[in-house]
Structure formats: structure tokens, C-alpha cells
Design a protein around this ligand. Structure first.
Ligand code: PLP
Length: 411
């Protein structure tokens, strides 16, 4: 027997997907479809020329020396940590307000996670608290900074601390393809970090189906990433160890390879890169429209006193990956879930970004406590992500806000 919560029973199970207004959504056109079809007709479904072509296009777009495309952002974060030699002796700083991957990537390697609370203006990691922690004589090996909703972390300040206290920086840039740093260059340039990692999941800036891409300016890290995404097998100019098998006379044997370290199978395919390349051409158009929608929301919300944008406006350009708002549900004496069900009945699918990572059962049982993350818990209690995606029309924004007002009048 299906166990359906009583209050969800009345929801239509399979509404017409075109009628649904989700919180986020990809946009695919005929050019994208043709690009994938062309790949299906070519000789390479995977490990062909499109992977490098996509990597070069991303490097050029963000202004990094190197890019390595992988099977997901989570996979990318994992090998990014591994390339910095994060291990069971490491202490890794992670913001509470993120998707679980941000912490898991270091947990995979046995590192200890030190969670940091967020700054309520940006909803990003509180750099004040990181600094205070370091000033008290504590050590960090790595900080993973998340540009929440695309809002750029103050990287220059974090970078200054990293050179003073000797830790590495990885940007979890899953939300931030298209965002700019305060120096006017794009997130992913790694001007102030060791590596950046993007997601190509359909809900993010551009879609590859699933996929991720890592950028860096460090050649050694780059070579290490190439090995780690493919079983730890040697690449390019890596020196070969077993010379007696590797060579016939002075010639390297055509069939020969060596596994140098314990790597993974985190490769992406040409099919995915065909789509990602085609999508990348539209990225500036996507972010421009997202920016318009976010501005429209902000203007409209000004006159609705129970809804506030969850983040202040960014000084630099942002990808506006999502549009989170804050609603003081307790003061209004309503339940967030009741509101979400009401919106769903009207085919508007909202979400909560995020459940603070340390309160997930896996992390909670390690001893992390909600009371140590006051800002995260406050924001979490009031958080709701409203729809924002390229094809969303202004009149649909109006509809969503009218639905919210109607609901608030009813209760
Ligand atoms: C989506 C997301 C990820 C994971 O991306 P995948 O490509 O699905 O692995 C990691 N971090 C953040 C902040 C995300 O939003």
C-alpha cells in the first residue's frame, strides 16, 4: 500500500509537465538537440574531441589556465580535494548552508569537517568566524567556499587569510557559472583559490544531463586531476616507472599504461559535452534574463511586507542560480509546508535551500549541534526558494506572488 500523507492526497500525481512552474529548470533548443544528435552519429560517444573542446571553452570563458570535465560536480569536488592531498589528518572548513556534496567530498577522504555558520547578508560562509577561529590558534588545511545562489564569496579576503594562515581554497561554484568576482573577472578564474568546481546538472546555469567541470591555474594539480578522473592511470608527460614493460628500445610501447595512484572513474562523455558546449553559447543570454527576473522579483516584493529577499543585492554580477526569500512563518502563524502544498496544488513547485548540512543524521551523529549555527538555523526556518529560470515570464512571477498573497489572506 502506498503511504501518502493525508494532505498530499489531493495533489494531481502526474500533472502536465508544461503546466508546472518549478523552482529551477533547464532550457533546450533545436541547436542543442542537433549537437547531441551529431555526436550520436559520430565515431565517439565518449573520450572523443568534444571533451577537450568543452574544457577549452570553459577555461576561456572563466579565464583559467586549465579545465577538467568530470561526471558530476560532486565527483569534481572529490578529486579536487584529493589533488590537494586532503586526507584523514586534514581539517576542512565547510559552510553549513549548502548541498551535502560540499562536505561529503572531504568526508570521502576521511577528513574532519569544521562547519562554519553563515553571514546573513550573503548566506555565504562567515569569513569573520573563519578569521576568529584562526586567530584563536586553530588550524585549517582547506576552506571550501560556496557562492550561494551565485552570490560571490569575498574571495580576496579569504585569499589574504589563506596566505597568512596557510590553508588551501576550493570554490564550490555549482551555483556560480556566470558570476563575477569583485575584480571583475569571472568565478572560476581561480585568481584567489586553488580550484573551482562547477555543476552541469540541468537545474544549474547550463546543462549536460549530469556533469561537472573543475578549473585551476596549477599545472601539477591539473595533471593530477586528469589521472584521478580515470583510475589514477598516467597521462601525457607523466614519467613511467616500469621501464622494462614501458619501452621497446627507445620507443614507448603503444599498449602500455601505468596506474600511479588510486583514482576513480569520473569521466564525462562526448554526448554530454556536445550538449554542454551548445549550452555554453547561450550562457550569457541565460544569465542576463535570470538577472532581469531577479530584479523584477525584488521590485515586486518591496511592497509585500511578509516576504523579503534572502540575500542583499550583490555588488558584482551574479548568475542568480536560485531566488531564495525569507518569510517569518512563526510570526505569521503559518506552516511552511502548508504554503508549499498550497502552491503545489497550483502547480508552483518551491523548495528549501538548504537544510544545514550538520543537522543531517549522518553528520549529526558525529556530534555537530544546531545551536552552534545560529544564523543558518534562523535562515533555514524562514527559507523558501521561489521559481527562477530562463523561460519564466514576468506575468508568471506576478501569478506566484499573487498566490502567496492569497494564501496569507486565507490563514
Ligand atoms: C548541485 C550542487 C552540487 C552537486 O552537483 P552535482 O553535479 O549534482 O554533483 C554541489 N554543491 C552545490 C552547492 C550544489 O548546488
Amino acid at each position: 500500500m502506498d503511504i501518502v500523507p493525508h494532505n498530499i492526497k489531493q495533489l494531481r500525481k502526474y500533472p502536465n509537465s508544461e503546466d508546472i512552474i518549478p523552482y529551477g529548470k533547464h532550457f533546450i533548443d533545436e541547436e542543442d538537440i542537433q549537437a547531441v544528435v551529431n555526436t550520436l552519429r559520430s565515431n565517439n560517444l565518449t573520450q572523443g574531441p568534444l571533451i577537450e573542446e568543452f574544457e577549452n571553452a570553459i577555461s576561456q570563458y572563466v579565464g583559467s589556465k586549465y579545465a577538467v570535465a568530470v561526471s558530476s560536480c560532486t565527483a569534481g569536488l572529490h578529486i579536487a580535494c584529493k589533488s590537494l592531498d586532503i586526507n584523514s589528518d586534514s581539517i576542512v572548513a565547510v559552510p553549513t548552508n549548502s548541498f551535502v556534496s560540499t562536505a561529503n567530498c572531504a568526508s570521502f577522504l576521511g577528513a574532519r569537517i569544521k562547519f562554519f555558520d553563515i553571514d546573513l547578508d550573503s548566506l555565504n560562509i562567515s569569513i569573520d568566524q573563519v578569521e576568529e577561529y584562526l586567530l584563536c590558534g586553530n588550524h585549517l588545511d582547506l576552506v571550501i567556499a560556496v557562492h550561494f545562489a551565485g552570490f560571490p564569496v569575498e574571495l580576496e579576503r579569504l585569499y589574504f587569510l589563506s596566505s597568512k594562515y596557510g590553508f588551501k581554497i576550493i570554490e564550490d561554484a555549482a551555483h556560480a557559472l556566470g558570476s563575477e568576482q569583485s575584480n571583475g573577472r569571472r568565478i572560476g578564474s581561480c585568481d584567489f583559490s586553488d580550484l573551482s568546481v562547477f555543476s552541469l546538472h540541468p537545474v544549474k546555469s547550463i546543462a549536460a544531463g549530469e556533469g561537472g567541470v573543475i578549473t585551476t591555474n596549477d599545472e601539477e594539480i591539473y595533471m593530477s586531476l586528469l589521472r584521478l578522473r580515470s583510475h589514477g592511470i598516467n597521462k601525457g608527460s607523466d614519467e613511467l616507472v616500469n621501464k622494462e614493460y614501458a619501452f621497446t628500445g627507445d620507443n614507448k610501447n603503444l599498449w602500455y599504461y601505468e596506474m600511479r595512484e588510486l583514482g576513480f572513474h569520473y569521466r564525462i562523455t562526448d554526448i554530454q559535452c556536445a550538449l554542454a558546449l551548445s549550452q555554453l553559447k547561450k550562457l550569457n543570454k541565460f544569465t542576463a534574463r535570470r538577472n532581469e527576473i531577479a530584479c523584477y522579483y525584488r521590485k515586486k516584493i518591496e511592497s509585500i511586507n511578509f516576504i523579503n529577499p534572502a540575500q542583499k543585492e550583490s555588488a558584482s554580477f551574479t548568475s542568480n542560480h536560485i531566488f531564495p526569500v525569507r518569510i517569518d512563518f512563526d510570526a505569521l502563524n503559518i506552516k511552511r509546508n502548508d504554503l508549499m502544498i498550497y502552491l503545489r496544488e497550483n502547480l508552483v513547485y518551491t523548495q528549501v535551500h538548504y537544510i544545514p548540512i550538520p543537522i543531517h543524521p549522518y553528520y549529526k551523529k558525529m556530534g555537530y549541534e544546531a545551536k552552534d549555527f545560529k544564523n543558518s538555523m534562523l535562515y533555514f526556518k524562514e527559507a523558501l526558494t521561489l521559481p527562477l529560470f530562463y523561460q519564466l515570464k514576468n506575468n508568471q512571477v506576478d501569478d506566484v506572488l499573487e498566490m502567496l498573497k492569497t494564501f496569507f489572506k486565507k490563514v
